[in-house]
Write a protein of this length. Structure first.
Length: 123
């Protein structure tokens, strides 16, 4: 009878041990992606996605940089090349439904070439 509680504790401790590094790795990947967006470094962003075997459309909604989505963060940092890459990787329906166009217009990004790309993709 003592075997069941001992086994259960071992499973819980083992799960906690193996699940923590994954969360840290995900945080590090997201932080790297934010750094590459801020630096307007499309090649490094593509490389981290490729190295981790990630598709941007699958992870986009879970990544925030200083509380902003990757596209909004690209607007804030004038990262036109990376922003265009991000927009082209997302489904047009996700771009249209995101509210990023209204956000960009409301926050003074009307003159940005990135806004034109965003509008074209949302159509």
């Amino acid at each position: 009878m003592r075997l069941v509680p001992t086994l259960l504790c071992s499973v819980v401790v083992g799960f906690a041990t193996f699940s923590s590094p994954v969360a840290l790795a995900d945080d590090q990947i997201a932080a790297s992606m934010c750094d590459y967006v801020a630096a307007d470094d499309k090649n490094r962003l593509r490389k981290v996605l490729s190295d981790q075997r990630l598709r941007l459309r699958n992870v986009y909604e879970g990544i925030f940089c200083d509380g902003n989505s990757l596209i909004r963060y690209a607007f804030i940092n004038n990262a036109a090349d990376v922003g265009e890459f991000i927009i082209k990787q997302l489904p047009s329906s996700a771009v249209a439904d995101s509210g990023d166009i209204a956000w960009a217009e409301a926050n003074g990004h009307n003159a940005s070439a990135l806004l034109d790309v965003l509008k074209q993709r949302a159509e």
